[in-house]
Design a protein around this ligand. Structure first.
Ligand SMILES: [Zn+2]
Length: 466
């Protein structure tokens, strides 16, 4: 099986080079349906043929999905959490007519593995099984790879998706899950460019035995990616000219053309799910309200850039919280974008900048909730040898900037320790009178004040005496 897969990849690579494909969306799918899955499908299609299976809307089935996000060995290149949550949200819309609702079976697993990251088939065949969560649909997102967007590995029963092929409105995942639940391509038999022994006719007279075996999916012979409508005509064995149906997820039409599974395809997927024994009785579909933010307070200054602590209120029923931080509030470039299973996160930021942040609560079955209001805070850098600040419990004030020779007056209440560092992190001798600290050189300083379990560092600028 691996040998045939390799051959397949080489063919796909060759085809796509010929096609001069520059964009990932033009890449195909390297799935080969396992023989036993095709056999089961053919049997089911015989039942469809004799009218044993009523088509149409059925009760919703709740399907656990386990997400694995792969980075390289350095932990770089992860599929963004924002993309993932949007993808799941869109996936449930696409599968609503099927009667499937996916929910997160577990927390998201992060895997750092160069070979997986590159979509190396050999490594995936050897090692992917160990990462699988049994009783769920396992989907792996990886960074780069050969000339394919997605693969359903039949033997392993897992789906691999290349990150760049599953942005907003992309249909790669819906297509691969179609394979997962037993659907072949609408152009089944034409993969790799050759023609099958029996060619499906447009008049439906051989629709059970030719092509994908579904009689409500139109004949389709196109095994490379195409924009809709197909810019040329196909000719069936009776010399009838036609264009294939670009709306099918299981075709190779461009993502923007695709919008549906056929009624028979939906029934076949439901049948496949029934054999798997993984569906849940229910899941929490609540669209949760956003939590209230606690720390940092709105417009808070001097938040430790390296360890910016973010905290919010617990929302009953939340599985996790989606937290985003963006410098200057530019949400297209995120400095922090994580799914957090607690009500605190520590973001590693940089510099003295205004940052905006927002948070939303999700349930396992509803990742479509909205973010709460945006708040901003300002960071500061603390020299490396100063221990990281916790968050500020009290406010301490002093005049800032001061000039050389002027005393630094600090007014915290109760017992406190004070230390001053220069901008290079060297500790300054401030004498024993902590209420009368005088700095003799102009420059940038850091004043650290420790009181019980709170530690705050403030930036102090000392100006040259005019
Ligand atoms: Zn495919």
């Amino acid at each position: 099986m691996f040998e045939t897969m390799l051959k397949k990849i080489i063919i796909l690579l060759f085809v796509s080079l010929l096609g001069n494909n520059l964009f990932s969306q033009t890449e195909g799918c390297a799935t080969q349906m396992p023989a036993q899955k095709m056999k089961a499908l053919r049997q089911f299609q015989q039942q469809l043929e004799i009218g044993q299976i009523p088509l149409g809307k059925k009760a919703t089935k709740y399907v656990p999905i386990k997400i694995h996000i792969i980075g390289n060995n350095q932990g770089l290149g992860y599929y963004a959490v924002s993309s993932l949550l949007q993808t799941l949200c869109e996936l449930n819309e696409r599968f609503a007519p099927v009667g499937f609702h996916f929910f997160l079976a577990d927390s998201i697993s992060y895997i750092n593995n160069d070979d997986f990251y590159k979509g190396d088939m050999d490594a995936i065949y050897t090692n992917a099984d160990g990462y699988k969560l049994n009783g769920a649909v396992n989907v792996f997102f990886h960074g780069v790879g050969m000339q394919w967007c997605g693969v359903y590995f039949g033997g392993l029963d897992v789906v691999f998706i290349k990150n760049s092929c599953q942005g907003p409105n992309a249909t790669t995942l819906a297509h691969e899950l179609g394979h997962f639940f037993g659907l072949p391509h609408t152009f089944f038999g034409w993969e790799g460019g050759g023609a099958p022994g029996e060619i499906e006719k447009i008049d439906l007279t051989n629709c059970r035995t030719a092509g994908d075996g579904f009689c409500d999916t139109k004949a389709d012979y196109v095994s490379s990616r195409w924009g809709c409508p197909l810019p040329y005509l196909l000719k069936d064995p009776n010399n009838v000219l036609f264009r294939p149906d670009s709306s099918m997820y299981m075709s190779y039409s461009s993502d923007y053309c695709q919008s549906r599974f056929s009624a028979e395809q939906m029934e076949a997927m439901r049948n496949d799910l029934n054999t798997r024994n993984i569906e849940a009785i229910s899941t929490d579909l609540t669209k949760l309200p956003p939590p209230q933010k606690i720390v940092p307070s709105p417009n808070q200054k001097a938040v430790n850039a390296k360890n910016a602590t973010l905290q919010w209120n617990k929302i009953p029923g939340a599985m996790a919280y989606h937290v985003q931080v963006a410098r200057f509030g530019d949400w297209s470039i995120l400095n922090f974008d994580k799914l957090v299973f607690d009500t605190t996160a520590v973001a590693s930021l940089f510099g003295t900048w205004p940052y905006a942040w927002r948070v939303r609560a999700i349930t396992a079955g509803n990742t479509c909730s909205e973010f709460g209001a945006v708040d901003t805070f300002e960071t500061k850098e603390i020299p490396a040898n100063i221990s990281p600040a916790l968050y500020e419990k009290d406010a301490w004030f002093f005049a800032n900037p001061i000039t050389v020779g002027e005393s630094l007056v600090i007014q915290p209440q109760g017992d406190y320790d004070i230390n001053v560092w220069n901008e290079w992190g060297a500790k300054i001798d401030i004498g024993s009178d902590r209420n009368n600290i005088t700095l003799n050189d102009p420059g940038l300083y850091f004043v650290g004040i420790k009181k019980q379990d709170s530690f705050v560092v403030k930036r102090l600028i000392v100006l040259q005496n005019p």
